[in-house]
Design a protein around this ligand. Sequence first.
Ligand SMILES: Cc1cc2nc3c(=O)[nH]c(=O)nc-3n(C[C@H](O)[C@H](O)[C@H](O)COP(=O)(O)OP(=O)(O)OC[C@H]3O[C@@H](n4cnc5c(N)ncnc54)[C@H](O)[C@@H]3O)c2cc1C
Length: 498
Amino acid sequence: MRHLVWFRSDLRVADNPALSAAADGAQVSAIYIDCLPQWQQHGRSAIQRDFLSRHLQTLNEQLADLGIAFTVLSADSFAEVPELLANWLAEHPHDALYANREIAIDERRRDKAVQQRLKDVLEIRVFNGDCVFNHASLTTQSGAMYKVFTPFAKSWLAQLRQNGYQLHAVPKAQGKTVQASAIELLGERVSSAAWPVGEQEALERLRLFCESGLYDYGERRDFPAIIGTSSLSPYLALGVISPQQCLAAIEQQLGHLPLSRGEQGFVWLNELIWREFYRHLLVAFPHLSMNRAFKPETEALQWSQDSTDFEAWCCGQTGYPIVDAAMRCLNTTGWMHNRLRMIVASFLTKDLHLSWRQGEDYFMSRLIDGELAANNGGWQWAAGTGADAAPYFRVFNPTTQGERFDTKGDFIRQWVPELKAVPAKHIHTPHEWLTCHQRGHGYPKPIVDHKRARIHAIAMFNALKETPSAADSQPYLTDALADKQSELWLSHLEQEDL
Ligand SMILES: Cc1cc2nc3c(=O)[nH]c(=O)nc-3n(C[C@H](O)[C@H](O)[C@H](O)COP(=O)(O)OP(=O)(O)OC[C@H]3O[C@@H](n4cnc5c(N)ncnc54)[C@H](O)[C@@H]3O)c2cc1C
């Protein structure tokens, strides 16, 4: 038997359900299909592409050691993929195709088309490789997806208590090693060299984090000037490590899994559940992949169109030090701390009144860990348009956020050189000090008055209540419809793939 494994967002050999199943008693080969135009259409960043390209090379070498030949094909669009695969398979016959599911709508449509095109050519088997539990398996009693995090998390934890989690071993080497040829993807390059590549690197990073960072994660995770989080997101986004491997590392370190609030290590595990929540949501509510607000009534919000404000936000020139430091850090490194993501997202939507879609796109174009589910979830959370979003009247104050989470201004000084000399006492509102002590400093005045902006943001949301037609004008997703739709999608998922 000859089995073909199609790698996608699962660039690992350990705990890879598709690879593991394919290798069971069969000769395996592997492919990756690069689709640069689709990558660009999805607005994904050049730094992530560079990271991907480097990972593919290490994956290629790992597979070669296992005796698995790896081929990279290119397509101009997802629409070409079924024919491309059919032609390749005509020259390289296989008995079955194995893959782990991708969850965004374009990828699912591509896979459906592949299934249609190849169903008479070979057997196709799809697995869940990106979440601890299968996407359709955590539902309310009526079979719909949870729309609020806490009950989802409870159900997730109950499932973990009851069934545990499964890890898939690296397949045994099959015969002789094969020659790995060089792989480099085309496209605009932004070096990702600051992030070491490879599964072993990622696993070592995970191990080190669990050894030293897990215990006081809850106390340290909100301070961007220190390394208080795992920095594993770029690896999880490309599937270089799996969430199950994260659970195993926690268990290895603590001797057990912390399954209740208050237990050591639980706060970090809870973040992994947020990751799963957003991924399960994306599967159950495909309109999230289509640029739509989770809460339909919020489609009627009157977002600002001010391109100057947007430009100032992107470049880190808003006059709010913590916002500017965060954006400049993102622009330089391709990564941003979670607390800062929340601050800048709140600032864009609630202070500048610009649409979350602009922020979501900008993040995607810059982040090394950009992935649709978490990015869309994070943005809609901050904007007040998402599932279990921050209440619309809770507006982050960028100055007090800076004071709380970068008290002495160490992070700000690292990224905003104009503020290097500003004493800690003035670092979050530096303008008066700069005027007195640093002529020609070049740091902008605040582009918006936070107090007034906050009142305006709340008024924008209040206006929705006064226009009952706002929700009616967006009939694509009433609550009842959302439940029905999620049930339908989840049942399709079962038929489609398993
Ligand atoms: C506006 C906004 C946009 C975001 N965009 C992305 C994105 O494109 N890609 C991405 O991976 N994360 C995104 N996040 C979530 C979060 O900021 C990052 O996952 C986190 O900062 C990564 O750092 P870490 O690996 O050190 O996380 P840790 O704190 O060590 O957490 C461990 C892992 O849990 C997951 N995780 C943690 N927090 C969240 C969260 N709030 N939502 C979903 N998953 C989470 C990530 O996979 C992370 O690597 C976004 C958050 C916001 C508010």
